[in-house]
Each structure stands twice: as C-alpha cells, then as structure tokens.
Write a protein that binds this ligand. Structure first.
Ligand code: ATP
Length: 829
C-alpha cells in the first residue's frame, strides 16, 4: 500500500544504549519499516509498529539524512514549506538527530550544507534568511538576539492564516561558514539543564527557520520555500527525573505542550475536521505555543516529517509505547501540498529589474545595506541571467489565477501586479525534472560532508592523542616525583593553527620592538615565536643574528665576569673590546700581569670583521706604565684603512674627551695612549653625535642611539677593568669620601677633582659615594642636586642609558655638563 504523498512522514530511530544503561533486547527493528517492542503490560507479548522508516541503534546520521530528509530539503527549492521535527522522551536522541555534534553532523548542518552546495544548481537567490527561536515555558524567545528578561515574542497569523512569530530577527546568509558561526552562537543561548535522564537536556523547543527564494523555470517566477527544523523538548516522567522545583515547572510546560500536540494530532485524525487546516476552530492549535507554530506543519500546507526518537531498554518501555502510539496517530495526518511562488509582472520584460524589485520587496534591501562586498557580489543582478536556467523547460506559467484565492507568503506585502500561486502537489512533482544534475549535486554534498566529518574526526583524534601523551607524561612524572608539566607539554596541546597564530603575533611584536631598538625584548618575543613555530628556519637565523648583536652590545658583563675570574686566577684575560666601525675590526686580549693584576699587554687575538673584508693584519700592543696603557698599533699598508678606522673609532668615542689630549699625530702614527684605571668607554663604532633642538629652538648635544643611514652604529661598550675605588688619595692628603667634617676643605677637594678630571688626572676624578648616588637617583632626585635642572637631569639619565653607569666625574663632563655644574653637584654632597 503506497501511503498518501501528503501524509506526515514518520521515521523512528532507536538510540544506542549509553554507558551506564543496562542492555536488553526489549526493542528492535524488524526490516526497515517496523519496530518490534515488548509489551510493557505483558512481557510475553510483542507489539509491532510500522512507519515510513525505522532505524536501529547502528544507523548513522547519513543513513537517516540521505534517503529521507534530503528530499524534503530539496522540495524547499521549489517553493515548498517543509518541516522536520524530532519527538521523544528526554534523552532519546532528538538533539543528536536534528543537530548532532562535530563528529556526527545532524540534520541541521547537513541540510544547510545541501542548501549552500545546491544553491547555484537550484538558482537560489542569495542571501537566504535564517531565524532561530525557542519556546520556553510557553514563551517565544529569539535565539539570534542576546537573551533578555523581556516578555516573549507574540505569535501572529498572516492573511494566509499561517502563523508566524512577530519581531524575529533574520540573519542573511550566503555561505555555510556564516551559518555555522551564527548558529553556534545562537545554539548556546538555548536553555538546557542537567537532569537525571540527560546531562544536557533541552528545556525548550527550538525552531530553526530557513527561508529560501529561488528562480523558477520561467523568468517571471520566483519560488519562496521555507524549511523548519524543530527540536522538541523531551516529554518527561517526573518520577524518573528527580527534577527540582524549577525543572518541574519547565517539565510541566514541556509536557503540557506535547499533550496539546497529541490532541491536535487526534483532532486532525478524527474525520470531523477533514484535514482542512482553515477550519481550525475544532483543532486545539491555540492551546499551546508549539502547536500554534506547528499549525502549518500538521494539517497545513507543509511537507512534514516527524522523527520519533526512542530510548532503548526496559526502563523506558512504557514511554516508548506511548511515544509509538502517538507517532502512529501522527502518521495519519495528511497535509495539503502547496508551492509558494510569485509571478512577477509580465509587462516588465526586464528580468534583472524584476529580480531587483523582488529582492527589495522581500526585505533584502535592508540586508543588502549591511552586506559585505562579497555578499553584494552574490546578490549581483547578473545572477539573474536570462539565458541561464530560465530557459529550462517548465510547466506553463501560472497566469496568476489563484485557485484558493489567497495571496500572501510570509506575511509580506505583494504588489497588486504580482500574484502568488499555490500549486497542487502533483504539479509540484512534475516540476522535478532536475534529477540529472541533482545526482551530481548530491555527490558534491556527500563529498563536502565527508570532508568536513573527516577533518573533525582527524582533529578530534589528534587532540585525544595529545591528551593521552600528556596524561601519560603526568603519570610517569608522578612516579618519579616530578609532576612538573613543562612548556613543551602544554605546547603539544595547542592546535597547529593556534601555534602559528600565536607565533605570528609574537613575531609582529618582536619586529616592532627590534625597530624601536629594544633588542632584548625583541629577542624574547622572537624566541617565544620560534617556540610555537620551530619550523620557521628564517626566524631561527634571525634569532642567531640578534643574539650575536646583543652579545656584542653586552660586552660589559662578560668583561666583568671574566675580570673577576681572572683576578682570582691571575691569568690571561681574554676580552675583545675594540672593533672597528666600517670595515671590520680587530679583537684584542690584554694579558693580566700576575702580581699587579694589571694588563701587561694587549694582543690581537682575532678579528671581528665585516664578512666582505679580508682579515686585517693590524697589530696593537700595549705596555703598561704608571697605570696607563700605551697602545701601539701598526698596520700593513693594505690594512691601514682598517686600522685607522679602529683608531678613529676610539677618537670619536666618548672616550675621546678623555683622550683628547692625545696628540693627533699619535693617531696618525697609529698609536694611542689611554688610561685603563678609570675603566673607559669604548665605542664599538663611531658614535654619531646628534644635534637636537629643544622646544626653545636651542641646540643641545646628545648622543643618538639611532643607526644612521651610513651604517654607523652608535652602541657603546663599557669597558671596566677596575672597580670604582673607595678611597681616593688626593695630592695633598688622603680624602675619605664618606667623611664631610670639613666642608670648605671638601668643596676645595671637589673643585680640584673637577679640574683634575678636566685635565684627565684620574686619581682625583672619582668620588664613588657621589657617583653611586647619582647612578641610583631617579630624575626627581637628580633635579634636587644643585645646578641640575630637569634638562640636565635628563642628560645624565640619557648618558646612563646609552653608556652605562657614571663611573667618574669625567662621565658627567662627557655627558655634557659644564665644569661649574659638576662642581655644584659635587658640592651638594
Ligand atoms: N544515535 C545515537 N548515537 C550515539 N549517541 C546518541 C544517539 N542518540 C543519542 N545519543 C546520545 O544520547 C544522549 C542523549 O541524547 P540527546 O541529548 O540528543 O537527547 P534528547 O532527546 O535531545 O534529550 P532532551 O529532550 O533531554 O534534550 C546524548 O549523550 C547523545 O549523544
């Protein structure tokens, strides 16, 4: 017996036993259309129920979707209204069937994939519209909006007597990705709660409504289809659920609406109403919000499918029987078959204009305004090419006469020149001459879904693997009393995409920092970035380069540590402290005299050179005499320029002012004498002095740290062979800097110090107490020193920043402070 084409189709699906459930065989399928269930009143008897299709617990989502649901979705392209709803007790698998999860895509994602994949073949006019709402405790709430405490939305009726929820938000969609994003956000708003029967029980009925317009076969017909995918809340036996008061209230509302649904089905099946949904006074649709919403789907003009979900096992037997009885009745409901299509005004021969008019009449206009360019493109009028599918053979255009005399779809206003036709079902079936390309489209849909599922499965497997590894590591570590999870373990948990993104963000930040000269922080970021993306070879090279750069800049700690070591061991101290500026440079090593701990000589131990330059032949040696190094340098003719650069570098460094008394011929003779005892600032390269103008337009001297275009580096090294002295012997008497008994004497000594400093007599140039306090002071404290205004304090700070701590009075003078100011500062102490 073939069933009536417009009957509500009923599918029945048995879910598998869950982890803690006792497995039995009280329910099973017999063939693909019958369910066999043990009678709960008499276990010796079996009951048989026949439906359009039955699925046992092994059936996959695909098994449910393709042979049955897909056709209903297809019919929406032809102006049909289709409704699929899942019905069953709580925890029976309704949400699993309609929505699924990432690994088992349910009807909703499959249908949406089908819609977008079929879109072009079926001449969809993008964007499609989506609404999503829930009925919770007899109130309707929009799931596309943030949840608020306001009253629910009203349900109204259009002139076709079709119900609709007023004030619903409509999202305009052009791709599956867009849909996924909107849907996922909205689905989180749906009310769920944990009950004893289902840890994630839906406490509301949820309705996803998709409106699709597509071009008909004739150039003046546009179909307007609607797909409703409904996840009903589960009926509940409160004796089993252990529900609290709140859950009980929800449960009562759920059960009440499902009870009304049963009544509606019964009423529809009692011949009295003869399936006429217009004579609805005798059908209790109005007794619950859900039945009002389902009005068109049960006994109305929709193609409808009810999927009955069954929880297996003896404990559910009574519910199962009730559900199956209910479903059997629903199967008797016969709907009208209608196609909603709009006939555009025939006098208007320009189909582009018609289509555009159509779009604007259908509220697409407002959507267009908010659309991105890509969406606009899809909405482009060119989509309505006359030569395209409009030329497909089709039934003669309905001339606008409307057999039922009703003419409104979705409650929108229709121009007087337009007509809506409601076609009879058999006409609809004739339309379906799209089989050929449907099969290829079907393949695409299957393929797409498979790819998606495969990808998610791979991802899920990968995550499981990573978690297993971590768990294993934790277990291993706990045995060895070392439960620390190291960075790499955490890293292992992060997805490759996240790793790459994080690494990119760190790279950007690192580059910024490097540009601003903050090499240490830049290096840190780069190292972190590499941590996340070890495959970036160029980054690893860049890090090496940067490390070298920083190492060269950070000579001081190396020198000091080495010095400490060498002081202990009294052995040769390998340091390199000179490097030329432009052409490559020499590497020198002073040898520390065993007894005096002073460098006896400096020997060239290698060359830090520019890659393009041959290794230089220059030599520098030094002889210590009275705390001074005489640095003698010679160079072969060939390398004279290299050597000159080295010397030049020294002469232009901040050290220059200390060594300014050196006769210039010393430089030309390639020899240089300098004082080692103070420690000294050696310029790695030329210091470029920059003339800044302050806000008053007065020129100030400052040391720029910027690298100029002529490749001149400005970074300085601090070369400190000797720690600051605590006691300084003045030429007259021993002066203890911690004592200030004799102020006048002190002032005199300090002035002497300044003068001596200017004359490069180092013995008197140090006042460690003062110098230490200057180094420690912040800007505000510096300003308190006599003669130091804010500007000068800044100069001191900048000097410290660029060159390291102030070691002696020279440095203050080098920083640009005048003798008077330095004397003033010293007298403050
Ligand atoms: N066919 C199936 N295959 C595997 N697991 C299933 C299947 N059907 C349901 N489940 C699992 O059973 C549990 C309950 O399913 P689900 O939440 O879909 O029930 P429900 O009918 O929507 O319940 P409620 O009405 O309380 O929301 C879930 O853990 C789900 O993953």
């Amino acid at each position: 017996m073939t069933s009536h084409p417009n009957k509500v189709q009923v599918l029945c699906r048995i879910r598998p036993f869950l982890k803690d459930e006792t497995v039995d065989n009280t329910i099973s399928t017999e063939g693909d259309k019958t369910i066999k269930v043990q009678n709960h009143r008499d276990p010796t008897k079996e009951l048989h129920y026949t439906f359009d299709a039955c699925f046992d617990s092994k059936a996959s989502q695909k098994n449910v979707y393709f042979p049955y649901v897909k056709n209903l979705v297809d019919s929406v392209f032809e102006g049909q209204s289709s409704t699929i709803f899942c019905y069953g007790v709580t925890g029976a698998g309704k949400t699993f069937t309609i929505q699924g999860d990432d690994l088992h895509l349910g009807i909703i994602p499959r249908a949406m994939m089908q819609i977008f994949a079929n879109g072009n073949a079926r001449n969809i006019i993008y964007p499609i519209k989506m609404s999503y709402y829930e009925v919770f405790k007899e109130n309707v709430y929009d799931l596309l909006r943030e949840r608020d405490s306001g009253p629910g939305l009203p349900i109204r009726e259009d002139s076709n007597r079709r119900t609709f929820v007023a004030g619903l938000k409509e999202e305009l969609l052009t791709s599956f990705e867009e849909f996924k994003k909107v849907f996922n956000t909205a689905a989180k708003r749906r009310r769920t709660a944990s009950t004893r029967l289902n840890a994630n029980s839906s406490r509301s009925h949820a309705v996803l409504m998709i409106k699709i317009c597509s071009k008909g076969n004739s150039d003046n017909i546009i179909y307007e289809g609607q797909l409703n995918l409904i996840d009903l809340a589960g009926s509940e036996d409160n004796r089993k659920t252990d529900n609290n008061r709140e859950r009980m209230k929800e449960s009562t509302a759920i059960n009440q609406s499902l009870f009304v649904l049963g009544k509606v089905i019964e009423a529809l099946n009692s011949g009295a109403v003869s399936f006429s949904y217009f004579v609805k006074s005798r059908i209790p649709y109005r007794d619950s919000k859900m039945t009002r919403i389902l009005q068109d789907s049960l006994g109305g003009g929709s193609k409808s499918m009810m999927i009955v979900n069954i929880a297996p096992g003896e404990s559910f037997l009574q519910d199962t029987q009730k559900t199956l009885n209910y479903a059997t009745k629903a199967r008797e409901v016969v709907n009208k078959d209608r196609v909603f299509e709009r006939v555009m005004h025939s006098a208007d021969s320009n189909s582009r204009k018609r289509s555009a008019d159509f779009a604007s009449n259908n509220g697409y206009n407002s959507g267009i305004n908010e659309l991105s360019n890509s969406k606009r493109k899809k909405l482009n009028i060119d989509n309505f090419n006359d030569n395209d599918s409009f030329s497909r053979p089709r039934n003669p255009i309905n001339n606008g006469s409307n057999s039922n005399g009703r003419s409104r779809v979705y409650g929108e206003k229709i121009n007087s020149t337009d007509n809506l036709n409601i076609k009879k079902g058999n006409q609809f079936s004739k339309i379906s001459n799209l089989k050929n390309h449907t099969s290829s489209v079907e393949e695409i849909v299957v393929q797409k879904i498979q790819t998606f599922e495969k990808r998610t499965e791979n991802m899920s497997n990968e995550i499981t693997k990573r978690l297993d590894r971590l768990e294993k590591k934790l277990n291993d570590d706990s045995h060895s009393n070392n439960s620390m999870i190291v960075d790499s373990d955490i890293l292992d948990l992060i997805s490759p995409t996240t790793k790459l993104k994080t690494s990119k963000a760190l790279l950007v930040k690192g580059k910024e920092l490097e540009k601003s000269g903050n090499l240490h922080e830049a290096l840190k970021r780069f190292e972190q970035a590499l941590h996340y993306a070890p495959e970036l070879v160029s980054l690893s090279k860049h890090i090496d380069k940067l490390r070298n750069k920083i190492k060269v800049y950070n000579e001081q700690p190396v020198i000091n540590n080495d010095l400490k070591k060498s002081e202990k061991n009294q052995e040769s101290l390998p340091i390199h402290f000179l490097q030329d500026s432009l052409k490559g440079g020499d590497l020198f090593s002073p040898t520390i005299k065993k007894n005096t701990k002073k460098p006896s000589e400096i020997t060239r131990v290698g060359q830090l050179h520019n890659q393009n330059e041959p290794e230089g032949q220059s030599n520098i040696s030094s002889i210590t005499s009275n705390n001074k190094w005489k640095v003698l340098a010679s160079a072969s003719k060939k390398n004279k320029s290299i050597f000159k650069n080295t010397i030049f570098s020294l002469s232009n460094s901040p050290f220059k002012s200390k060594s300014s008394s050196f006769p210039s011929e010393d430089l030309t003779n390639n020899s240089l004498l300098f004082n080692y005892e103070d420690g000294g600032l050696f310029s790695k390269n030329l210091i470029k002095r920059k003339t800044n103008k302050n806000e008053n337009g007065i020129e100030e001297n400052g040391i720029s740290r910027k690298i100029s275009e002529s490749k001149i580096l400005t970074q300085s090294y601090k070369f400190n062979l000797k720690k600051p002295q605590r006691h300084i012997v003045s030429s007259d008497s021993e002066y203890d800097s911690s004592s200030n008994n004799n102020h006048a004497n002190l002032k005199k000594t300090k002035t002497l110090m300044v003068n001596n400093a200017a004359n490069h007599d180092s013995k008197l140039a140090n006042d460690p107490t003062l110098i230490n306090s200057i180094n420690k002071a912040d800007l505000r404290e510096l300003v308190r020193l006599k003669g130091v205004g804010k500007k000068r304090a800044m100069v001191i700070r900048e000097f410290i920043l660029n060159n390291g701590y102030i070691e002696n009075v020279y440095d203050l003078i080098n920083a640009g402070l005048s003798k008077t100011v330095v004397t003033n500062i010293l007298s403050t102490e």
